[in-house]
Design a protein. Structure first.
Length: 55
């Protein structure tokens, strides 16, 4: 098992590349969710302003 985690002396490179790939994948999931929430919030505020202007 130790040989698996050591990866023939390249463990630092291999595990760091896995870590970077995981961060990129998480960013690809989180960024659109945050952007959608922001957009929905902006639309709601815009709709409220439009209602106030009609009165």
């Amino acid at each position: 098992m130790n040989d698996f985690f050591h990866m023939g002396g390249y463990a630092v490179y291999v595990w760091s590349s896995y870590g970077i790939a995981l961060l990129v994948l998480l960013a690809n999931v989180i960024a659109p969710v945050r952007a959608r929430r922001k957009l929905l919030s902006q639309l709601a505020r815009s709709k409220q302003r439009a209602r106030r202007m009609q009165r």
